[in-house]
Design a protein around this ligand. Structure first.
Ligand code: 9MR
Ligand code: 9MR
Length: 596
């Protein structure tokens, strides 16, 4: 029987054997869930032919289809055609083969396909910890010493107050390094923590069973919360207990050289308090208070403390609504000048909105709903570190009880805003050259563009939650495919996960540790046609302006606020696909799939 099967394919097999690998066949290099859409794209070819999905030894054919006619990008000269093999559901390892062109990376179809990358992106936060040594038992060959202890940091003159004059020595240990650099910034911790806390809040049953081999894995808390607590405790040190205001960052004056963490012993400073930092802090503490309430046995008092911290920074923010961290201005007055990342945010209306949503959600005190009165003026756009209103929207829409009558219309507006954006992404995924929701606007491609792809995926998953319409789930999945290889660069953007992954991220430990492979599980920034780093890029086209060079902080740095949405997106997809979160409507999702 098998012999006849092979005989029938003999001509195909012989030309396939003569083929070579062709990296223009782009696909999710890890692979696909059996019940998911499965699409590869061929970049830069006008060939319209059949394509074949073969076993990796090229001896068996499992699917034959036709490439679609090439289409061109809205933003560049890039053309692609699509190979859709969604109806192939059999678990296994495969390649795609196209006569005259060649074959693709190997990929798998598996019911747990994103399991490892989901855990990998989560584990990456452990590698970012700032004030503890990474032991070989948890970090393998990437073990290292403790980095910056931050047990003795100085109040910078910009932050001087009567109770804490300039030069006061304080403790601010713990927390994650922000990115490729070794500083710790409250604003960026804000969105990062919110995204991880929400991942847990939205998929708590799933996360209870997810362990990533960190020192706390054996305790009674889910690992994702252990990781969050590591940064939460650092954040708490950033509040001035005398007035509730929150310092903008804990930082060196200048970026450290490209050395292992803690090699330099430059002084570290707490700089000026800011409204944005205080409100981001408020939102995180309020959300943490809500979540850790269920863990009073494991973490006695933590939830209550978080709420107190949140209320104090909220009060400070109301009294200081416009204090912007303006580094250039600060440097005109105070020494030493600070030249590390500024996370300057000139508009704090979205931070006020977000913080009040979290405080309301946690306390149900209607005084916090006042910020919703002018909802028409709030810019509810895809979340970024400087635009956080949508994080508040997500939290309000999670509340099971009704809001007070006067606010039900506001809630309707919020949901409609999410759905409108989600529809835009779904529509784009249908016509996009990489069959992805990513890139519905040219401006998706900026510094940290990959976090936009991941955050769009999260927004689509919320839309799926609200409506149970499968198109939103599928579109979220297309952005996972994008991040893992179906994109113009041909990279799977997560270090260590995929056939072709970044080897030279702008990440000081990965550069300085003498180990060939970078620290794993890190999502790089991704295509950014503005190329602010002035490094050499092979392509400068919008979707392809990326270079795997450690010089490139504008396209190849890593950062906690980019990794967190990747953690959410991959784990949420895995949670849905694995546990299938069966309720009446999810059942429909799966049966619809089977019929089509
Ligand atoms: O390493 C720094 C990175 O984390 C920042 O994102 C980037 C932009 O602020 O700056 C990097 O540091 C560079 C500095 O700005 C200029 N001198 C070279 C530094 C290392 O590339
Ligand atoms: O992610 C930030 C990006 O949106 C900004 O355009 C850029 C320049 O201000 O800074 C990025 O944040 C960097 C921060 O300032 C310092 N640590 C590294 C961050 C990622 O590159």
């Amino acid at each position: 029987m098998r012999y006849i099967f092979l005989l029938g394919l003999i001509s195909l097999t012989s030309f396939a054997n003569a083929q070579t690998f062709n990296e223009n066949i782009r696909l999710n290099q890890i692979g696909f869930y059996p019940q998911a859409e499965k699409i590869a794209v061929v970049q830069g070819s006008d060939i319209i032919s059949d394509f074949y999905v073969l076993s990796t030894n090229q001896s068996d054919t499992f699917f034959v289809g036709k490439l679609t006619a090439p289409i061109q990008s809205l933003y560049s000269t890039i053309k692609t055609s699509k190979a859709d093999f969604s109806s192939l559901t059999r678990p296994g390892s495969y390649i795609i083969s196209i006569p005259t062109l060649g074959y693709s990376h190997t990929f798998r179809i598996d019911k747990n396909i994103l399991s490892e990358v989901s855990k990998g992106t989560m584990k990456a936060f452990y590698y970012m910890r700032s004030s503890m040594s990474l032991e070989p038992a948890y970090s393998g060959k990437w073990h290292r010493s403790l980095g910056h202890p931050d047990t003795s940091v100085l109040i910078h003159p910009s932050a001087s107050s009567s109770s804490r004059p300039s030069g006061t020595i304080l403790h601010s240990p713990g927390g994650w390094y922000d990115a490729g650099d070794y500083n710790k910034y409250i604003v960026n911790s804000g969105i990062t923590m919110a995204t991880l806390l929400s991942a847990y809040e939205d998929y708590s049953a799933y996360f209870k069973n997810i362990q990533v081999n960190i020192p706390e894995s054996s305790n009674a808390l889910p690992d994702i919360l252990d990781e969050v607590v590591y940064n939460l405790r650092w954040m708490m040190t950033m509040q001035d207990p005398s007035d509730g205001g929150v310092y903008h960052k804990c930082t060196n004056a200048k970026f450290d050289d490209m050395v292992m963490p803690g090699m330099t012993k430059e002084p570290r400073y707490l700089v000026q308090k800011s409204t944005a930092a205080s409100l981001d802090f408020t939102a995180v503490m309020a959300q943490a208070a809500r979540i850790f309430k269920n863990f009073n046995k494991q973490l006695p008092g933590l939830s209550d403390s978080c709420l107190k911290y949140a209320e104090r920074s909220w009060t400070w923010s109301l009294a200081h609504p416009h204090i912007i961290y303006d580094q250039d201005k600060i440097n005109q007055t105070f020494q030493p000048a600070i030249s590390t990342g500024s996370y300057r945010d000139g508009n704090t209306s979205d931070e006020f909105f977000w913080a009040s949503c979290e405080l309301y959600s946690t306390t149900k005190d209607v005084k916090y709903l006042k910020q919703l009165d002018n909802i028409e003026k709030v810019k509810m756009v895809l979340p970024t570190w400087n635009n956080v209103a949508m994080l508040g929207v997500y939290s309000i829409l999670k509340i099971k009880d009704e809001l007070p009558e006067a606010y039900s219309e506001k809630k309707r507006i919020m949901k409609a805003t999410v759905i409108t954006l989600a529809d835009k992404y779904v529509n784009h995924a249908h016509k996009s050259i990489f069959a992805t929701a990513m890139g519905s606007e040219k401006s998706d491609f900026v510094w940290g563009s990959n976090s936009n792809a991941a955050n769009q995926g999260i927004l689509l998953l919320y839309a799926f939650h609200y409506t149970r319409e499968k198109k939103y789930f599928d579109a979220a999945n297309t952005n996972a495919d994008y991040l893992l290889g179906r994109n113009a660069t041909g990279y799977s953007f997560v270090t260590g996960f995929g056939a072709k992954t970044p080897m030279h991220p702008h990440h000081r430990p990965s550069i300085a540790d003498g180990i060939v492979e970078p620290v794993p599980g890190l999502l790089v920034g991704g295509p950014n046609p503005f190329m602010q780093d002035k490094c050499i890029y092979k392509s400068t086209e919008v979707e392809n302006a990326y270079t795997d060079d450690d010089c490139s902080y504008a396209s190849n740095e890593i950062a906690i606020n980019w990794n967190a949405p990747a953690v959410y997106l991959f784990n949420a997809i895995q949670a849905f696909m694995k546990e299938q979160r069966i309720d009446d409507k999810t059942e429909t999702l799966i049966t619809t799939k089977r019929k089509s």
